[in-house]
Unconditional design. Structure first.
Ligand SMILES: [Zn+2]
Length: 416
């Protein structure tokens, strides 16, 4: 057990205690006074009133109940906001810093959005300070853990288990099959109009059963346990799911184990709870399983509304916490953690599972090459191994057909 000795008792400090408890994998309690028995502890207060070897002075953020503007000036020596700098063991209020990054406090403050309505990575304080690829919160927690080990040599943490948990978004199950006649003819006419004759020929071969559909690769990954996020939304500009009348796809969906199937709420379902609900119900009907996991299509996630809606619909685990267009740590951590809603100032029952690596980061981003993709995959994986948490990269079934991206299929199937 580890103790935080503090005069404060509130939901924000309790939340930070949960983060520390998850990281150390041991019980963390908050108490006002030191007990008589010898328990490793630190002091979180205005003054070090219990003569702790580890003292973290509070800069106030955890004592507040509301969201307020914070000046985003950065201290490059301490790697924290200037607002958290103070005179205590680490030189800053590391609890407030962790709370700020993990709750995504800045996403409640900055209203600017990209052209698809998402928070822009360019506005993130970690991006502006060249720390998107740095697991800053995990480094804070490692620093805290090291200090605890030094001050309390008898202290031991619980064992945490690294796990390779590849995931796949199925936006489009088939390139050519599984569409009604109208959509098929429309697509063929489009091929002719754009002179995509090779594509038209492939479409004909696949539709007449003379070639396999290139996007339907699920038989190549059967031996790999994958967490599947299935798009069941209606057709639209950013929603192209198909195949729900195709026996092969239906059979595949029915055979996904309960723990490995999740919803991929459509672009159109954004902030429309009745649409998300109908998409979940459709997947539950198709699979015969209760759906409790989710990841937003196009990572169209807005805090706190997206999470509030998912919670209302019985979702317990979300996998959208990452950047849509860039690899890296959106919340500064690779560790799964509960969602804290800053508008209600309360902990929720939703668990957030961050992702750092997605195949499209390297397919659609001109600044990153395929080699960057392989290198960063290894780097993120090594970090997850170091801190003993699952590594959850994102793949898409419809990109492997392109010869140069088959390396991602090897990555997906690798046993790491
Ligand atoms: Zn998607």
């Amino acid at each position: 057990m580890f103790l935080i000795i503090s005069p404060y008792q509130n939901s924000r400090l309790a939340y930070v205690a949960i983060l520390i408890s998850k990281f150390l994998n041991c019980e963390v309690k908050i108490q006002k006074h030191l007990p008589s028995n010898q328990v490793p502890f630190l002091c979180y207060a205005d003054t070090n009133y219990c003569n702790a070897k580890i003292f973290i002075a509070s800069n106030g953020l955890l004592l507040e109940k509301h969201i307020r503007p914070i000046e985003m000036l950065w201290d490059t020596d301490l790697q924290c906001l200037l607002a958290f700098k103070n005179k205590s063991t680490f030189g800053f209020d590391v609890f407030s810093a962790m709370f700020f990054h993990v709750t995504r406090y800045e996403e409640y403050l900055i209203q600017a959005r990209d052209d698809l309505g998402r928070f822009k990575v360019l506005n993130a304080v970690l991006f502006k300070n060249n720390l998107v690829k740095t697991p800053l919160v995990d480094l804070h927690l490692l620093m805290l853990q090291e200090a605890i080990f030094q001050c309390f040599p008898q202290f031991s943490t619980g064992v945490k288990q690294y796990q390779y948990l590849p995931s796949m978004d199925i936006d489009i199950a088939f390139d050519y099959l599984g569409r009604d006649l109208k959509r098929n003819i429309g697509a063929a006419l489009n091929d002719i109009y754009k002179l995509k004759l090779a594509n038209l020929w492939k479409r004909i071969l696949v539709n007449f059963g003379l070639a396999k559909d290139p996007a339907f690769i699920f038989n190549k990954v059967l031996s790999t346990p994958i967490l599947y996020f299935i798009h069941t939304g209606k057709y639209g500009a950013f929603d192209k799911s198909c195949g729900f009348n195709h026996p092969e796809y239906l059979n595949f969906i029915k055979n996904i184990p309960r723990n490995s199937i999740a919803i991929h709420p459509s672009f159109q379902s954004y902030l429309a709870i009745s649409i998300i609900k109908s998409e979940i119900e459709k997947l539950e009907k198709l699979s015969g399983k209760q759906i409790t996991k989710s990841r937003q299509h196009f990572i169209k996630l807005i805090l706190p509304e997206s999470y509030q809606m998912l919670i209302q619909l019985g979702i317990t685990d979300d996998y959208s916490m990452g950047w849509p267009n860039m690899s890296g740590y959106r919340a500064g951590t690779a560790m799964s953690y509960p969602f804290f809603d800053l508008t209600t100032n309360e902990l929720t029952n939703l668990t957030i599972h961050p992702f750092m690596w997605m195949d499209t980061h390297y397919i659609f981003n001109n600044d990153l090459t395929l080699e960057d993709g392989l290198r960063e995959f290894e780097e993120f994986k090594q970090h997850c191994k170091r801190i003993g948490v699952p590594f959850i990269p994102i793949f898409h079934n419809n990109h492997f057909k392109i010869a140069r991206y088959t390396v991602f299929l090897d990555l997906l199937n690798s046993t790491l």
